[in-house]
Design a protein around this ligand. Sequence first.
Ligand SMILES: Nc1ccn([C@@H]2O[C@H](COP(=O)(O)OP(=O)(O)OP(=O)(O)O)[C@@H](O)[C@H]2O)c(=O)n1
Ligand SMILES: O=P(O)(O)OC[C@@H](O)[C@@H](O)[C@@H](O)CO
Length: 390
Amino acid sequence: MEPSCGSRGPGPAAAAVAAVLPAGGSGERLGGATPKQFCTVQGRPLVSYTVGAMERISWISHIIVVVSPENIEKMNSIVEKYGHKRVTIVRGGVTRHRSIFNGLKVFAENNFSNQLLQKPEVVIIHDAVRPFVEEDILSKVVMAAKDHGAAGAIRPLVSTVIASAADGFLDHSLERARYRASEMPQAFLFDIIYEAYQQCTDYDLDYGTECLHLALKYCKTNAKLVEGTADLWKVTYKRDLYAAESIIKGNLSQQVCIITNVKEDVAQVNFLLHESLKSRIKDKKYAVEETQKLVDMLEKSNTPLLYPVVLISVHLDVSENTSCSIGMEELTRIKKFAREVKKKNILLYGILFQYKDCLLLQETVNSAAALILALIMDRNPELIGQLLVA
Ligand SMILES: Nc1ccn([C@@H]2O[C@H](COP(=O)(O)OP(=O)(O)OP(=O)(O)O)[C@@H](O)[C@H]2O)c(=O)n1
Ligand SMILES: O=P(O)(O)OC[C@@H](O)[C@@H](O)[C@@H](O)CO
């Protein structure tokens, strides 16, 4: 008997779109005691970036994060600390498919979680360890799922796929151009993917890796394949975590608020420094503020600091004499202050800008700008409170 795999169109009770993020794995291939979805990048768990990416999309009505039973409390604290909304945490299973199935049940079975959420028309399934997902690809797979029942992001293969014979020698290889790597996000009409999971065998649940396959096998639904972007990759090995950190730092370093003090005698230096920085930073805002006042502002703002905030205090030494005008007492004060604000997730660095010879001003400005960019990019907590000489 043909399984009833739900209608192609949205049911009357259908809400908009929901997302299920499987985050219940142990991350064996990455190694270490902490499952990769909870490994921190810039002090923030990887899963929080992925949840944040989904939250930024207003038409995703609900986000289901599926975690193993022993990590439910940890996930609850992440949701609270980073102010995540529209999130429901669900108990995972021993395999990825079982976790995803559990995530879907929250929309269909009363007794599965303490709240039955309105069934979505379309459900996105996206690995929680794929943090770099943008609205464009999500919109494409959702629209394709609405039209075709299922859709998934794909990417060109980097390596050729080969088949090994029982004796461990090459049996045959596949013509790489005819194949693609199945990535995430994927999207399905809820009724189709839920029916597929209800129909599938334990073997599928325990050994399968492809949701699109379940929709085809059990609901005769050929998923629409959507070309994805290069940053949809999954954090699997340690190198992937380093790559994720580098990308996140790079993104953060393009958002800079340049604070300068207001004293007239340094207006020229401020202007030149801004000019030198603005050619190298995409998304910059300017403000004039004293460092302490800025720290107080950050402290009083009740929005959680999702990332370490980099503050760079530029100390101008315009004295005529050759020796440095900043003594050990001031250096110690700066270091102490930096340690204090570090507890508030603020990384404070110092730049000593010695402006003695106007002929060298532009050179010194460029050196200061290069140091500032390096500090913003590197965000090394070991350098806080140090005074680097431009
Ligand atoms: N029982 C499982 C296994 C995996 N996943 C999730 O499915 C996604 C992709 O799976 P994978 O990369 O294989 O994660 P792990 O199983 O944790 O990795 P490994 O195979 O290296 O242990 C991850 O977000 C992972 O947390 C899950 O929700 N439940
Ligand atoms: O196989 P793993 O459990 O490592 O990761 C899951 C991936 O297979 C899956 O996310 C994509 O291939 C799309 O199905």
